[in-house]
Design a protein around this ligand. Structure first.
Ligand SMILES: Nc1nc2c(ncn2[C@@H]2O[C@H](COP(=O)(O)OP(=O)(O)OP(=O)(O)O)[C@@H](O)[C@H]2O)c(=O)[nH]1
Ligand SMILES: [Mg+2]
Length: 456
């Protein structure tokens, strides 16, 4: 498959000033020669020009001009995929880009699969697997912090740590195997002790990396926060305040919000997906009933609950029911409408943080944001934490490595045979290697790269 030359639109589909079509593979220059005609007498064909140069001309198909473009020629190996690469900047808009792509395909390229450019970068040794994943994270980053974390990973900070860990285990394994090969030489007790300590150290390092997993999850995919409460207490108004724009319809009529509305906001650097829900109440309206059913679902999937109360009304039975529902979740009581005469008394036995806001004016919303941030993320976000944010695939591999390493450790302590210890160490080495792609199967690669978008 690597023999093919692939092409795809690398920019998002939609209207824009420019679109970029990317071509990569051994035939990239020849394909460009077939469909690109340089303007002016001095213009040279892609295959005859220097690397990293830009050319003005036209994309043609069957003799007709398709578009006026700039064509970048990048010769292997100094390219993202380490293959010959052509990047055509054409006019934006769906149709232009598609026609140029069609011309490129007609000239001999094959349409790339999602993530195939990055997969080639990996297979050609330009990136390791953790770095390739960082490319996807970089593209999907929703906050600046997530972006920093992804760039650190792309720069190889995580890979360095993983490679070092793997080297340590390989060293240890080599030691153990040397003793298996020369069974006459007994392992001195202090050698066994040294090996045990090195292994313990390795397990410590794995634990440190595993601890960063939760934080990595939060930065990557955000935290789901459901805004719940009785009808008309101001849930949608609060959502709009948190987002900073009028996303949801607000009205004095109870039961305004029917469907659940999801929108991501950047809360002190953390991506938080707020979900505005229909106020729960007994209703005969089938549409509202469906909305209420969806609210229940959002409840269950949310990691954080913002329970909104109307401060101008007394505490009701329904409010108490909500509190029963959400018991066991991270939650926050939001006392809304503090601008009106106050009649709300929150029962004292409710141990829950309370923040007062006015969703009409936005008063108190900044304090609310601080409180949300503290509930999701304790302490500071330190730069060194961002270097090694691991994702769930890494987490899974590290867990397996940890389990095997622990078995090996027990093996040392109970004088297990060296063969058994070596077996466990090898499992650990392989599991750690999966993270950077040193031990990878075709299935694993497919599952990772298929999560990319086409053109990446
Ligand atoms: N005075 C005052 N009115 C508010 C405040 N927040 C919301 N309101 C008003 O309360 C009414 C209901 O607001 P919504 O945001 O639609 O309430 P909701 O909880 O989303 O209501 P449903 O979607 O029907 O469940 C609207 O008329 C808002 O203008 C506030 O802080 N002070
Ligand atoms: Mg609403």
């Amino acid at each position: 498959m690597m023999e093919d030359t692939i092409a795809a639109i690398a920019t998002p589909l939609g209207e824009g000033g420019l679109a970029v079509i990317r071509i990569s593979g051994a035939q990239a220059n020849q394909i460009a020669d077939r469909c690109f005609e340089p303007a002016g007498s001095g213009g040279r064909r892609a295959s005859q020009t220097d690397s990293h140069t830009l050319h003005y001309g036209h994309i043609k198909r069957n003799g007709d001009v398709v578009d006026e473009v700039m064509l970048a020629v990048l010769h292997a190996p100094r390219t993202f995929t380490r293959e010959d690469t052509i990047e055509i900047s054409c006019h934006g808009g769906l149709l232009c880009a598609k026609l140029v792509l069609d011309a490129v395909l007609a000239a001999g390229a094959r349409l790339a699969q999602p993530g195939e450019f990055t997969k080639r970068a990996f297979l050609n040794g330009r990136l390791d697997l953790a770095q390739a994943e960082a490319v996807a994270d970089l593209i999907h980053a929703r906050t600046e912090l997530a972006l920093i974390a992804a760039s650190e990973q792309l720069a190889g900070k995580l890979s360095q740590r993983i490679n070092q860990l793997r080297d340590d285990f390989i060293n240890l394994l080599a030691h153990v195997e040397a003793h298996i090969d020369f069974p006459d030489e007994d392992i001195a007790p202090d050698t066994r002790g040294k090996m045990t300590r090195r292994l313990e150290h390795g397990v410590d390092l794995i634990d440190q990396l595993l601890r960063s997993a939760n934080e990595g999850q939060i930065l990557r995919r955000g935290v789901r926060a459901a805004i719940v409460g009785r009808p008309n207490v101001g849930k949608s108004s609060l959502l709009n305040q948190l987002l900073g724009h009028d996303r949801a319809i607000v009205s004095p009529i109870p039961g305004t919000t029917r469907d659940t509305i999801e929108e991501t906001a950047n809360i002190r650097g953390l991506p938080v997906i707020f979900i505005d829900t229909a106020g729960l109440r007994t209703s005969v309206d089938p549409i509202e009933q469906e909305g209420i059913r969806r609210s229940h679902q959002s409840f269950e999937r949310a990691e954080l609950i913002l329970h909104v109360l109307d401060a101008s009304e007394p505490f009701t039975m329904e409010d108490a029911e909500y509190l029963d529902f959400t018991a066991g979740k991270k939650r926050l009581l939001v006392r809304n409408k503090v601008d009106l005469p106050q009649r709300l008394e929150i029962p004292e036995d409710i141990a829950c943080r309370v923040v007062s806001v006015c969703s009409l004016t936005g008063a108190g919303v900044e304090v609310l944001k601080d409180t949300i941030k503290r509930l999701i993320w304790e302490g500071e976000i330190r730069p060194e934490m961002l270097q090694v944010m691991i994702n769930s695939r890494h987490q899974n591999a590290l867990r397996r490595a940890r389990e095997a390493a622990t078995h090996a450790l027990v093996g040392f302590r109970v004088d297990q045979t060296l063969e058994v210890i070596a077996l466990e160490l090898r499992i650990a080495v392989n599991a750690i290697g999966e993270i950077v792609g040193k031990t990878s199967t075709e299935d694993l690669l497919d599952s990772i790269f298929s999560q990319f978008c086409i053109g990446k």
